[in-house]
Write a protein that binds this ligand. Sequence first.
Ligand SMILES: Nc1ncnc2c1ncn2[C@@H]1O[C@H](COP(=O)(O)OP(=O)(O)O)[C@@H](O)[C@H]1O
Ligand SMILES: [Mg+2]
Length: 305
Amino acid sequence: MSGADRIAAGGVTAHENNRPPKIEIHGIERIFLKKNETNGAQESFVALKDVNLKVESGEFVTVVGPSGCGKSTLLFLLSGLASPSRGEILINGDKVTGPALNCGIVLQGYALFPWRSVRKNIEFGLELKSVPKKERKEISDYYINLVDLTGFENHYPYQLSGGMQQRVAIARVLAYDPDVLLMDEPFAAVDAQTRETMQDELLNIWEKTQKTIVLVTHNIEEAIGLADRVAVMSRNPGTIRDVVPVNLPRPRRIGGVRNTPDFQILSHHIWELLQDKGSRGGSGAQSAAVPRVDIGEHIRDDAVI
Ligand SMILES: Nc1ncnc2c1ncn2[C@@H]1O[C@H](COP(=O)(O)OP(=O)(O)O)[C@@H](O)[C@H]1O
Ligand SMILES: [Mg+2]
């Protein structure tokens, strides 16, 4: 069921279908070997522990948590670019053992091809899918316009600012049109105005298609504004502390909901979930290190937990 169908059906979500979940994360643990700063010994570090989550087909789930709680690690595991130390991830019921063609990912740090122009970067996935040249151009034109890069089609990544490169990365994944979209802080590097335009466009695309989206952010406003459900993470070790349903109306635009009482209540709830863990710390946590979470400039500018 697409987002539009869901809306037409009076807000019935994919939960109420009989279809199996699109994504299942079962008991994930991810251990890294880290060098001890004092004695140089290799020590194991538990970045993720007991992570469980199910995402329904066509659902938009955001993952919010402080820096270092394992958000990027979790997205990497979902994408198949890395393997969990324990547990398993299923997409469409199949165990993830490597990168899947039906998953598109926007990583932190752009990951553009430096030898390809803006247009050629955006058309990369379309070339893989053997889309004819004329159609490729039409699609890339559409997304170049969407991310406001008209006039920069023939520029190379080194000629662009960080925010522009990020917009190319987003345009590339949207043009590829994957079934599952995994996004790691995709709007963190773009200016506030462009961010809101792109958030709204992502909502628009999601509402019209059957994409399943998992988007990682450290911005509470973004997490709530986009999502059907917000998975709230805590750290030491990284785990999902709670999953909060967002029952704000669809179709939704962030500017249209951010000042509503329901939005404020959700913000406060998620803020408390994050703050609670940050101040107390988990078992064996170093509570001295205070992680920073951006809860959205419209709510609280200098929020730290
Ligand atoms: N390849 C790696 N080797 C060792 N430690 C890592 C590696 N990747 C991530 N970590 C550690 O795992 C934790 C979670 O990192 P990350 O997933 O990047 O957090 P987030 O995206 O929430 O900021 C951090 O403490 C980080 O230092
Ligand atoms: Mg990260």
